[in-house]
Design a protein around this ligand. Structure first.
Ligand code: FAD
Length: 319
């Protein structure tokens, strides 16, 4: 079976991919299908499905008392990936995160994915910044960083399980990519250190890098140049997100630790409605996409959360 990594390496023409989230707990999978229906005509090379851990939620019950609940707001990553593959025959890349999951839980997820014929995964640590919000997985049975998750997958690919028993050798090993941050990961002390960590992930077996969103292509070009100088030769796929809401001017930098360049920020500040914002967001994203494609980038990866219609407009303009 052709892996996502091979498809990415063999691309001959400008291509499209996107990430979507599993539905919120209680919502129908038809929401996911609706996103795919809107974007499938642009022939996605693959679709990524994010992964989410348990969170602590407090609800106000009475007289100032709060009830603490642990919930997973978006369960179902593996099932959603399988449903998409089954319904559309499009390659899927479910995310596997280690924060909030034990190594044993990860192993069971890998066994399920193997049975389902899904062998492309994106390996991530998972958001860890709100320690009070997210539930930690217990004991020593945890992977701390993405590199530790990679080690587990590499062992699994050899047919070696956590309890040291050996299974039948896998016909199809897992092929995986990792995340990269053109503007540095928020916790890294500096870009050199972050680059060092990225190189370790690639040396350990990551076959491609998908970047965090960025709004200034210089950040991406500089990052790629730096990676190449460090000997990171795998494809580095740019992640793009059209801005769609007025509050994202401040929310996106806060959550994702990315800059919004002043010429773009200036245009966004002039917007009086979300509709105005979405229009400016599509224009900016289209310009970014065109410049990337004109500079030998042949695959663009889009973040669809609350942006599906805008991505459709960008894709219509460039493909
Ligand atoms: P790592 O590579 O583990 O790095 C995390 C930090 O630790 C970095 O600062 C790194 O420099 C440092 N570091 C790495 N290894 C070591 C080490 N051995 N010792 C000390 N420091 C080290 N989050 C989700 O929860 N679910 C998702 O589905 C999801 N999908 C994403 C998809 C993409 C394309 C991207 C870019 C991000 C995604 N995220 C997701 C967010 C991601 O989980 C966070 O950014 C997380 O904080 C870091 O993940 P990572 O895999 O890059 O971590």
């Amino acid at each position: 079976m052709t892996t996502a990594a091979q498809l990415i390496r063999d691309l001959k023409a400008p291509a499209f991919s996107f990430e979507l989230l599993p539905p919120l707990k209680g919502n129908s999978i038809n929401r996911v299908f609706a996103t795919i229906e809107t974007l499938k005509d642009f022939n996605p090379v693959y679709i990524n499905i994010t992964s989410h851990r348990d969170e602590v939620v407090y609800s106000d019950i009475e007289r100032g008392l709060y009830e603490r609940k642990v919930i997973r707001k978006r369960p179902g990553t593996v099932a959603v990936a399988a449903a998409i593959q089954h319904r559309y025959g499009i390659k899927v890349i479910p995310h596997i995160i280690c924060s909030g999951f034990t190594r044993s839980e990860t192993e069971y997820a890998l066994i399920d994915l193997n049975f389902l014929g899904i062998h492309d995964i994106l390996l991530l640590r998972g958001d860890n910044s709100h320690k009070e919000r997210f539930v930690q997985a217990g004991g020593d049975d945890v992977n701390k960083y993405a590199i530790d998750l990679i080690s587990q997958i590499n062992e699994f690919n050899k047919g070696i399980f956590l309890d040291s028993t050996a299974g039948e050798p896998f016909e199809t090993p897992f092929s995986y990519g990792v995340a990269g941050y053109p503007e540095k990961h928020e916790e890294a002390p500096n870009l050199e250190s972050d680059m060092y960590r990225l190189k370790k992930k690639v040396e350990a077996g990551a076959e491609y890098v998908i970047t965090q969103m960025f709004f200034d292509n210089r950040a991406y070009f500089n990052f790629v140049e730096r990676c190449r100088c460090e000997g990171i030769t795998v494809p580095i796929i740019p992640g793009l997100k059209p801005v769609t809401f007025m509050n994202q001017l401040t929310v996106l930098p806060k959550i994702f630790h990315v800059d919004i360049p002043e010429p773009f920020a200036k245009e966004l500040r002039k917007c009086k409605t979300d509709a105005d914002t979405a229009k400016v967001g599509v224009e900016w994203c289209t310009q970014q996409a065109k410049e990337l494609l004109n500079n030998n980038v042949n695959l663009l990866h889009f973040y669809t959360l609350m942006a599906t219609q805008s991505i459709k407009q960008v894709a219509e303009a460039i493909y």
